[in-house]
Design a binder for this molecule. Sequence first.
Ligand code: HEM
Length: 153
Amino acid sequence: MSDGLLGTAAPLTADVVLLLETAMGVALLFGAWLARTRRFRQHAWCQSAIVLLNLAVIVVAMTPSFRVQVLPRIPAKLGKAYYALASVHAGLGTAAELAALYLLIAAGTRLLPEKLRITRYKPWMRGVLVLWWLVLALGFSTYVRWYLPHLFR
Ligand code: HEM
């Protein structure tokens, strides 16, 4: 057992990331519901706060872990689920966060020139939400593969 919160082999930071990311995934769904019920201002605040908090979690916890635990073993060990899961997760996670940041700037500010702003928000927002949940599922899978090793013996 380690010093984590959930009684797995994970260190405290990984458990905190898991819980925070789960909460953010659920909060994004709540935010989508706000838009459906036409509370657009609350929707914008909710989703923007999550995207920025996620950026902080990526920068502070996940990128450093990726650089130390995964990057040195690419491409040699990409055949192993342990590294493959984390790598696909990191790649799609980067795409999801960048797309979400773009949406935030394009929909919520006037910083971008007219041409780069979005006029049809809905398909973009839905697409990012689906991609985000796919990344979350890959994050869960990474956690299970890394910190519940007895399942794979
Ligand atoms: C929408 C974006 C993202 C979501 C929802 C997300 C979610 C998660 C979750 C739930 C975990 C399991 C908790 C853990 O093991 O720490 C995790 C782990 C991880 N993620 Fe992400 N993630 C995202 C983006 C990224 C990005 C951009 C990178 C890399 C640049 C990344 C790299 C990792 C790594 C290496 C782990 C294992 C960390 C460790 O346990 O030490 N993730 N992620």
